[in-house]
Design a protein around this ligand. Structure first.
Ligand code: 5GP
Ligand code: SF4
Ligand code: MG
Length: 456
């Protein structure tokens, strides 16, 4: 998911949030929502689809609005419903709050069951709802303390943007799994999942929210609270590989620089030779250019991506994914015909896309296809907010590299080593990163019961 928040007495906060969510669209295409307040009223507008579809006719607006929060969502099967869209908005004894969440809570099902046994009612099937319930039930005096008390009960991955009638609040879990940064221009403040959304909102990057930190923005400016001691940072390394946009900087590391370096290291590790380097656009492109730079083999566009497919089209069922690949990618015959090709992509999850692309290229006359992947094999599920939670679907969970090569019918296959991946992250400490889907070392215990809809 992508989350955003804006606080300003001079700028149009709902328009800033709309534009911010537009720039975070890659983080979720299933639904979008914006909540705004003028200090007395709070209103939320949510719908299924892309940001420009949900707000085609109207962007939420109040005359004296000055705080807004927004959300774009990506979910797993079953929970892609209007009722599960965010921001969540509730009235409680102390007033109103709206909340947007990115990440996956690992003990949400357990907390929810306990609360339901005590008579609490839940209106959605998303883990994020336990937050608003815990906050509403908290006996702490201030909203800050209510939120901190709730966060202390919750485990797993979360970045939050929360709005009250007079405050914009942001928080990042003690491991810092998901990114969240702060932007500013004078008295205008922004919170955003990624820095790529700051310039369109008209603010400049200030810093990232630290793991275990909550920031509160109100008429006095920004105040920081450390709500947890950080034993081990575990920022998601997959953000750098695939999820984030290359023009974002997360925890001081440019996503583009990391991907380019992954490609360079891939060239050194694989030693593959060929006539051309092509990428699987868009996610494989930055690494492919790094491969070409390092190897001296020219990068050429060999596959064209149809840019007009809303990713909403790519629903989480196998049949729909099958059609989607053909509609999404098509080879340029004159480029690939009779060539020895090195094809770079960022990851292999299920192996189905990669297999189809290899077949497509052969049909277009490619002589040979050597595939390079700018991440290690994904052998283990993610419980912290990336859509690789079903282990049986992960091809690397049951197949060796040679078996995967055979399955996708490539002439050769090389995955970036974990050491190579870590070495490509040069401006941030790779020791502070989660690599659980690659090395089976989980910073937070996995959920015992997966009944609550996963939320990305
Ligand atoms: P596969 O060959 O495993 O079927 O597909 C690999 C492709 O899936 C890669 O191009 C990669 O960019 C993409 N991918 C990796 N993770 C995700 C994800 O969480 N969601 C979506 N929609 N695509 C992903
Ligand atoms: Fe990221 Fe993988 Fe860790 Fe999930 S398990 S948070 S995808 S590094
Ligand atoms: Mg891709």
């Amino acid at each position: 998911c992508g989350i955003f928040g804006a606080y300003s007495h001079t700028e149009d906060v709902s328009m800033m949030t709309y534009l911010g969510l537009y720039a975070l669209q890659h983080r979720g295409q299933e639904s979008a929502g914006i909540a705004v307040t003028d200090g007395a009223w709070m209103d939320v507008s949510r719908g299924m689809g892309l940001v420009n579809e949900v707000f085609r006719h109207q962007i939420p607006h109040m005359d004296n609005q000055y705080i807004a929060v927004g959300h774009v969502r990506y979910s797993t099967t079953g929970s892609s419903l209007l009722a599960n869209t965010q921001p969540l908005m509730v009235n409680y004894a102390g007033g109103k709050i709206s909340l947007a969440h990115n990440g996956n809570l690992t003990n949400a099902a357990q907390i929810r069951r306990e609360m339901e046994e005590q008579g609490n009612i839940f209106q959605t099937s998303i883990d994020s709802e336990v937050f608003v319930n815990l906050i509403a039930r908290s006996k702490a005096a201030s909203i800050e303390d209510k939120i901190i008390e709730s966060m202390k009960k919750i485990e797993g991955a979360y970045c939050l943007t929360i709005m009250t009638e007079d405050k914009l609040i942001g928080a990042r879990d003690p491991h810092g799994f998901r990114p969240l940064c702060i932007g500013r221009a004078g008295d205008t403040w922004v919170l955003s999942s990624e820095s790529c959304a700051l310039s369109v909102a008209g603010v400049h990057y200030v810093r990232d929210v630290e793991p275990g930190e909550m920031v509160v923005i109100d008429k006095h400016g920004l105040k920081s609270y450390k709500f947890a001691t950080v034993e081990k940072k575990a920022a998601c390394i997959f953000e750098y590989i695939y999820f984030a946009r290359p023009d974002s900087i997360i925890d001081g590391q440019s996503v583009h620089e990391a991907r380019f370096m992954m490609g360079r290291i891939l060239a050194r590790e694989s030693k593959f030779k060929g006539d051309i380097v092509i990428s699987v656009p868009d996610s494989g492109t930055t690494a492919a250019t790094g491969f070409a730079y390092e190897s001296g083999i020219p990068f050429v566009e060999g596959l064209i991506k149809n840019r007009y497919i809303g990713r909403t089209f790519i629903q989480p069922t196998q049949k729909k994914r099958d059609i989607a690949v053909k509609l999404k990618l098509n080879p340029i015959v004159s480029v690939v015909k009779d060539k020895d090709i090195i094809m770079v992509d960022d990851s292999i999850v299920r192996g189905t896309t990669s297999g189809k692309i290899v077949r497509m290229l052969r049909k277009a006359g490619a002589k040979s296809i050597r595939m390079c992947v700018s991440s290690p094999p994904i052998g283990y599920p993610c419980y912290y907010g990336i859509d690789t939670s079903v282990r049986k679907e992960l091809i690397a969970a049951t197949k060796t590299v040679e078996e995967i090569r055979e399955y996708i019918k490539a002439d050769a296959l090389h995955f970036l080593s974990l050491e190579g991946l870590k070495a490509s992250i040069q401006s941030a400490s790779s020791d502070d990163m989660c690599c659980a889907c690659f090395n089976n070392y989980y910073p937070v215990e996995s959920p015992k019961n997966d009944t609550v809809g996963a939320d990305k």
